[in-house]
Design a protein. Structure first.
Ligand code: ATP
Ligand code: MG
Lengths: 336, 359
């Protein structure tokens, strides 16, 4: 618990630095601002699902929107794509205010809902054709685009009706439908939730490719590893408010440095353990009839511990050292 | 650009209806049953026609017949009256089956979210659904009417222009009737959380409007107006016309007239009450319209005389059926009521859909 608090502080420091840096540059970053929310708030029966959210995402970014279940990720996205209206505040995409002009925004964005669904009595092609007809595309364009997309998500040659699709297939079709209009901005709500490892791998490739095409991509997830693999900037939301924001590098560097400050050494032995004492040890928790200890220390004490045990004739079954992962840090942030 | 989305939705909905199993099954059943009903109707029509011809020839044989009584020339619309009762049952069920999950299913399968992520206005979606459903109902009714026309021709009954026009009116009124239930189902589908309860509630409304109201109307009217007046003591009225038997002395002319006055007043009092109940039941409106279209003479006897059975016996009517215009003049209120039904329920569906929380 103690070491976690330290990381939270470090995370805050990183955040502060990020903000400070941005301000000093006068907001002139690599790209133009593509997605922006101002004091975005959504209330459900008096509870704020999203609470005064201020976000800025530059054009061409792959933004990872991280947060635990119920944090308000989907609610934020739904407001961004013009599906629900904010209680307060506004969303601006490509300089268009979403609530004022939802159709204009919808024409340039793609959206993959978290639980995407289609018409079960139609094939993938028929489903996509129906949606494609709402965009300015003629019959030939539609046909070509749909063929391309089905190939991209590897649903080409599937003649089955969508009602018989597995959840993963459904999700892949969802990506195809989000890309129908070759959108400038792409919103993906937990895009890998139902994918198998192979599907996840392909999805990552697709995201990289789409990013290379210059699209701005907004991905929500509760899995850090997922986001850190594809995103270059990250925001963390908890209970409706943004609690951290920065590029992946910034956050990583910050935690990489502090990561060496606190260590966990886990020792398992055959004989009962003697008391191990050292000034760097912060705490030691014995378990399994003193045959296991988890030591929290300021430095790597493995050499010292092994010679101590050797002297006392205690045989070692296992000894390993754990550094806290980013995951641990985010967990502690989540639980704040 | 404006209507593009609307037509896209309507097109998809229309095709969706025509290719859906439930539509095909119910429409198929409806067509088979109405064809059988028409067959029955045609037998009935032919019998009536025979009778009519016989009576006409008798009248011609007997000189000096009273001009007040002429047999009714049957119209082929009788055939359609047989159909209308099936439209009221199976047709309404078809309309309900088409409408009850139109919105709720899209909520359940989440396809609504995918649909709304396209640049399309919400009103285009709900209007498109209404339009697509209406077209499918027009298709269903059109098929039924075409089959019935074909059957008429097979039985070498050739409708006149006037009768064709009446058939067309019958078709349109039937579609408006079906639309009323389609609109109720669509409304329930928009209001309810899931398709299951939408179906149940629609059926509940269907039974209230179709079965309960027509029963409640006369009951309430009976409670308000009490018993009908006592008939003066005599037996068969038209015996008096033919023979001067001693029994007729028991009933004087005044007594008889007074009785008729009372009876007329009784029915006058009763009619607005039953009509008030009938006008809010699509079934009763439709029944009245289709009955009048197919039996204009009986209708005028039943609904417009002071009581269903006048002193002269069964019914009185001219030999010529009232024209279509005259008939429509008598039922415009009912047609309007049917239209208002569809509009009101659709409007509720519309308003609700525009505010629907998409999650
Ligand atoms: N229709 C609703 N009525 C009331 N509260 C709601 C409604 N929809 C969402 N909420 C609340 O809003 C909060 C945010 O929900 P949201 O779906 O945005 O979370 P999330 O971050 O997407 O979570 P998950 O990772 O589970 O998808 C939740 O606490 C939820 O209870
Ligand atoms: Mg979510």
């Amino acid at each position: 618990m103690l070491f976690q608090r330290k990381y939270v502080l470090a995370l805050r420091r990183a955040l502060y630095k990020y903000r400070y840096r941005k301000r000093s540059k006068g907001g002139e970053q690599e790209g133009e601002e593509m997605i922006k929310t101002e004091n975005l708030t959504k209330e459900y029966n008096g509870n704020k699902a999203v609470d005064g959210l201020n976000l800025e995402i530059a054009e061409g970014d792959i933004f990872g929107f991280l947060g635990p279940n119920g944090a308000g990720k989907s609610t934020t996205i739904l407001m961004l794509v013009g599906m629900i209206e904010p209680t307060e505040g506004k969303c601006i995409i490509n300089e268009i205010e979403v609530a004022r002009n939802p159709l204009k925004v919808k024409a340039i964005i793609g959206y993959l809902p978290e639980d995407v669904g289609f018409y079960g009595n139609m094939t993938a092609e028929q489903n996509l054709d129906y949606f494609a007809r709402f965009y300015a595309m003629d019959a030939n364009e539609r046909k070509k685009r749909i063929e391309e997309l089905l190939e991209l998500v590897q649903l080409d040659g599937v003649s089955q009706k969508v009602g018989g699709y597995s959840r993963g297939m459904n999700q892949r079709l969802g990506l195809a439908q989000a890309l129908l209009n070759d959108p400038k901005v792409l919103f993906l709500d937990e895009p890998t939730a139902n994918l198998d490892p192979e599907g996840v791998f392909q999805y990552r490739e697709q995201i990289k490719q789409l990013s290379d095409e210059g699209k701005t991509i907004f991905i929500s997830s509760h899995i850090l590893a997922e986001v850190s693999k594809v995103c270059n900037t990250i925001g963390i939301i908890s209970k409706g408010t943004l609690i951290a924001r920065g590029t992946l590098e910034e956050l990583k560097n910050e935690f990489g440095r502090v990561g060496t400050e606190n260590l966990r050494i886990i020792v398992e032995t055959i004989e009962p353990l003697p008391e191990i004492e050292h000034e760097d040890i912060i705490s030691a928790e014995y378990s399994e009839a003193k045959r296991k200890v988890v030591i929290e220390s300021k430095s790597d004490l493995r050499d010292y511990i092994s010679s101590e045990l050797f002297e006392k004739g205690v045989k070692v079954k296992e000894m390993r050292m754990e550094e806290p992962t980013l995951e641990d840090v985010f967990l502690s942030v989540y639980r704040r | 650009m404006e209507a593009k989305g609307l037509f896209n939705v309507a097109r998809k909905e229309f095709i969706g209806h025509l290719t859906s199993k439930k539509f095909i099954v119910i429409l198929g059943l409806f067509l088979i049953i109405s064809a059988l009903a028409m067959h029955q109707g045609m037998d009935y029509y032919n019998n009536r026609l025979e009778n009519y011809k016989e009576q006409i020839s008798q009248i011609k044989d007997v000189e000096g017949i009273e001009p007040g009584y002429m047999p009714e020339k049957p119209t082929i619309m009788l055939v359609f009256m047989f159909m209308s009762s099936y439209i009221m049952m199976l047709g309404a069920i078809l309309a309900i089956a088409m409408g009850f999950d139109l919105v709720s299913k899209e909520k359940e399968t989440k396809s609504l979210k995918s649909l709304l992520s396209c640049p399309v206005f919400r009103d285009e979606i709900i209007n498109g659904k209404a339009l697509g459903g209406t077209l499918a109902l027009v298709f269903a009714m059109g098929t039924a009417l075409l089959i019935s026309l074909a059957m008429l021709l097979i039985f070498s009954i050739v409708p006149s222009m006037n009768e064709l026009a009446t058939i067309l009116v019958f078709g349109i009124v039937s579609i408006v009737f079906l639309l009323a239930y389609f609109a109720i189902a669509l409304m329930m589908s928009t209001v309810s959380g899931d398709s299951g309860s939408a179906l149940i509630y629609t059926l509940v409304i269907f039974f209230i409007l179709g079965s309960l109201l027509p029963l409640v109307g006369p009951t309430v009217a009976g409670m308000v107006t009490g018993e009908p007046p006592e008939r003066p003591a005599f037996h068969i009225q038209h015996e008096t016309d033919e023979s001067e038997g001693p029994s007729i002395k028991e009933v004087s002319e005044e007594e008889m007239q007074q009785y008729q006055e009372e009876l007329r007043a009784y029915w006058e009092k009763r009619r607005p009450i039953t009509e008030a109940f009938n006008i809010i039941s699509p079934n009763m409106n439709y029944q009245k319209i289709s009955f009048l279209i197919s039996n204009p003479q009986i209708y005028s006897a039943v609904y417009e005389q002071s009581s269903p059975f006048t002193s002269t016996g069964y019914f009185t009517g001219g030999g010529e059926a009232p024209g279509l215009q005259e008939v429509l003049g008598k039922v415009w209120k009912n047609i309007l009521a049917l239209i208002i039904f569809s509009v009101v329920f659709f409007a509720i569906a519309y308003v609700k859909f525009m505010r629907l929380d998409i999650r």
